[in-house]
Design a protein around this ligand. Structure first.
Ligand code: UT7
Length: 331
């Protein structure tokens, strides 16, 4: 959606990844796979795996603390805490409420959204709308994923792809300087839910011994179908977001895409007309951290000085739902 001027801006970011690095060779020692297969098919070389005692809330709070400190915002000043996760620590209450408690964001309305890998841009869009409606001055968007807890470690076609981590952003109303969210183009299609899902374990098919034995509570993915949809959807969304922002590909200083597969990223950049040197990639080190991938990448890109003042940044995401979208930001 096009805005005549930005309504909200990202004022700071933060990230947290567990310290435990698991390489492709580590996985190859445990299952029938190889570094060569994983690297050439996906671009992934390693991922972080959280220990048992470290959940989604712990990681999300760690990332959020950094973002809050950088923005010089006290936890009590946060008006809205939107948290995206596909891996809540438990089903009730929300992980957002756990993060709220860990941080001391006592004045915030806190809730989870579930939009899989697109969760960060969905969350940002909700924060933007909340702030634009005048309902608050400070939003905290947190994306945190313990993917290692929901993948089937006996399914080599999915478990090698994912990793754990968290990213966060503090968002405030734009101050008229032209910085902020220039456009957002978000979409979903529930008809394609079964391409990437956890078939059982919820209200319709509760956990039973049979479900557990079959592993139907784990992530299942039709990899090739998801791949094709991802390329098409991210390319279309990127075009739409650029168009709505009044930008061309040449105006983009950096593309910070969702990090699922290097081949998907390359195709998205190619269709969008963005050269490889302007594409930020960290999936080689982290794998696919679902909704945490984009904020972690954004935080690393800022830390590396790749996003200067006035930089135009494009992001695009794709995931279960299906959900997808793109956003253009000016920093
Ligand atoms: O965040 C958004 C959600 N996820 C994605 O965007 C992922 C989208 N999909 C993909 O990235 C790719 O489809 C994959 C990387 C998952 C798979 O790549 P592919 O080129 O589509 O391979 P495939 O699934 O068609 O499998 C090719 C072969 C199969 O063997 P056969 O039947 O050809 O003998 C698989 O059994 O590769 C085999 N295979 C593996 N071999 C070694 C599958 N996983 C592995 C593995 N190690 N880990």
């Amino acid at each position: 959606m096009r805005h005549p001027k930005p309504l909200a801006e990202i004022v700071s970011t933060g990230r947290y990844v567990p310290s435990n690095v698991v390489t492709n060779d580590d996985l190859a020692a445990r299952m029938d796979t190889s570094d060569e297969w994983i690297r050439t098919r996906t671009g992934i070389r390693a991922r972080r795996i959280a220990p048992d005692q470290e959940g989604a809330a712990h990681m999300g709070a760690a990332a959020a603390r950094i973002a809050l400190e950088r923005a010089r915002v006290d936890p009590g000043e946060v008006d809205i805490l939107v948290l995206s996760t596909a891996t809540p620590d438990r089903w009730l209450p929300s992980t957002a409420c756990d993060v709220q408690a860990l941080l001391g964001c006592t004045n915030a309305v806190a809730f989870d959204i579930m939009a899989a890998c697109s969760g960060f841009i969905y969350g940002l869009s909700m924060a933007e709308g909340y702030l634009a409606a005048g309902r608050g001055e400070v939003a905290l968007v947190v994306s945190t994923e313990k993917m290692s807890s929901i993948v089937d470690w006996n399914d080599r076609s999915t478990c090698v792809l994912f990793g754990d981590g968290a990213g966060a952003a503090v968002v405030k109303p734009s101050n008229g300087s032209g910085r902020g969210i220039l456009s957002s183009h978000l979409r979903s299609d529930g008809n394609l839910a079964q391409l990437l899902w956890r078939p059982a374990g919820g209200a319709l098919t509760p956990l039973t011994a049979d479900v557990l034995a079959k592993g139907d509570h784990f992530v299942r993915m039709a990899g090739r179908e998801v791949f094709k949809n991802a390329v098409r959807s991210m390319a279309e969304a990127s075009h739409a977001a650029l168009h709505d922002a009044g930008l061309t590909a040449a105006d983009v200083d950096l593309l910070v895409p969702h990090q699922a597969n290097l081949r998907i990223i390359d195709a998205t950049a190619k269709y969008a007309g963005i050269p490889p040197e302007k594409v930020f990639i960290n999936l080689d080190r982290y794998g696919n951290m679902s909704s945490a991938s984009i904020p972690v990448a954004l935080d690393e890109a800022r830390e590396q000085g790749l996003i200067g003042q006035g930089a135009n940044v494009l992001t695009a995401a794709f995931g279960a739902g299906l959900t997808w979208g793109a956003m253009a930001w000016r920093f």
